[in-house]
Design a protein around this ligand. Sequence first.
Ligand code: ZN
Length: 227
Amino acid sequence: MTRGALFEMISSLYLKQMEIGPMENFVYLVGDKATREVFVVDPAWQVDTVLRMAKEEDLKIVGALVSHYHFDHTNGIEELLESVNCPIYVNKQDVPYLGFASSHVKQTESGQKLKAGQVEIECVHTPGHTPGSQCFHVQGHLISGDTLFIGACGRTDLPGGDAKQLYASLTQKLAKFDDATILCPGHNYAAKTMTTMAEEKKTNPYLLCDSLQNFLKFRTGVSEYRD
Ligand SMILES: [Zn+2]
């Protein structure tokens, strides 16, 4: 048995998706089923619900992973910190937008790996929706924040948004993920709550744009796009 295969046997993914708050946000608990150590992805809205779920499932929250700075993904950070003393991982390019300073905030870079128990989670920097948007890749799952939705993608007209960057993130980074990868988006905007990258590559109109120019027209509604 290879070391990798042995590792797969020992490690086991815990992943829980919860729809929380008035904007159909998905908050995730992700980590190690065996050791019960998990990260909260995008702590927002009813933090008490997240904490109750963690307690019911006998989980230990070891940190928070922030997909991007927007209020609807971060408004529970301070409340979380009142109950749990843990690091809050934010891409370095979104830290200036957070709106508060805390010694708990740790800056991440693309490719950085974080561990909950034995389960390794990779931060994938996908700028465009915001400068520091990041997705989290863990054992065949991609937790995509507001970068890629089922059948849609994030808007680019909010502070720090950049449609050209988003096109590059979608086509150069996310479209390269294996077809079998399970997409876990940041909002419940579709009939399904999760899907596969294969399905998105076939049906998502933003991934099907064949040129930057077409993407910009489609995403921004501006027919002649200038910098
Ligand atoms: Zn957002």
